[in-house]
Design a protein around this ligand. Structure first.
Ligand SMILES: [Zn+2]
Length: 284
């Protein structure tokens, strides 16, 4: 059963006996709100999207899991950032509450992106407080509420829950330092250095991917950000793992079109989900 909040998100409920597994795809949205009014070229802004990721993990509901995906684009508002992670230089007046901009925000990719790419400003204007609040209230809050509700439903029914936060990454690093120009692994798993899920779960996912022939890195260069931080409390049997898939495996990185390998990658991810579902059933 598909539940829609138009322009904001969709949720697909389990279509086989439910298991406590919740997936979310925060960055695959492609519905650009009319009030975005970015100055950077759309083609560049769209490179922030984790294109097709919700479809790649789309087998989840058949396996008893819940799948939630954002419709709004990440460059407009990133649900994988904390609400205090705002760059004050974006705003036309001071934010009325305390801010705590993190490292990513300082490089322009916080809750609201200041740049479309390194050196390319997203806007030719300052954003008002009202406009910023409206993005938070209309998109960030409902997205978080939907995930929290799904996780609490699963946890309430089973006394444990596994959350997978699904992403993609550019095949080659464009950041600074050692990341620049470095070819990334096929998959990067992030559990914030073992703090957001049982190490056994991370190891299981890594091992199943390696068995399918993929290269897997853990917490390098991505450890996971706000969504896994919020929901991962392994001592309460709440496990949250971030998965990043290398875009070079399944799409043309200039056009975002699916490549010839798309079907194979989607099949392998579906197999992984089937194995994860079995693992989760074995734990509860
Ligand atoms: Zn992402």
């Amino acid at each position: 059963m598909r539940h829609e909040i138009p322009g904001v998100l969709y949720r697909i409920a389990p279509i086989s006996p439910p298991i406590p597994l919740v997936l979310d795809s925060p960055h695959s949205g492609t519905h650009y709100p009319a009030d975005f009014r970015h100055a950077a070229p759309l083609a560049l802004v769209r490179r922030a999207e984790d294109s097709h990721i919700d479809d790649i993990f789309g087998a989840a509901p058949e396996l008893g899991a819940t799948l939630i995906a954002a419709h709004f684009p990440r460059a407009y508002l990133d649900p994988n950032r904390a609400l205090s992670d705002i760059d004050p230089s974006l705003l036309d007046e001071p934010w009325p509450e305390p801010l705590a901009p993190g490292e990513k925000t300082k490089s322009g990719i916080g809750l609201i992106w200041r740049v479309a790419a390194p050196g390319v400003p997203m806007y030719d204007r300052k954003l008002s407080i009202a406009e910023t609040r409206s993005r938070i209230d209309r998109y960030w809050r409902p997205y978080h509420a939907e995930i929290e509700a799904a996780i609490e439903r699963a946890y309430g029914a089973h006394g444990a829950v596994w959350h997978i936060n699904c992403h993609s990454m550019k095949s080659v690093g464009d950041g600074r330092g050692k990341e620049k120009g470095r070819r990334r692994a096929d998959f990067v798993l992030g559990d914030r250095d073992g703090t957001t899920c049982d190490r056994g779960f991370t190891d299981f996912v890594a091992e199943r991917l390696r068995a399918k022939g993929y290269g897997v890195a853990v917490n390098d260069p991505y450890k996971g950000v706000e969504l896994v931080r919020l929901h991962g409390r392994p001592n309460e049997r709440r496990h949250s793992l971030q998965i990043e898939i290398n875009r070079g495996l399944y799409m043309d990185e200039d056009t975002a079109e699916r490549s010839a390998n798309y079907g194979r990658l989607r099949f392998d991810v579906s197999e992984l989900l089937r194995e994860v579902a079995e693992w989760v059933r074995g734990q509860v």
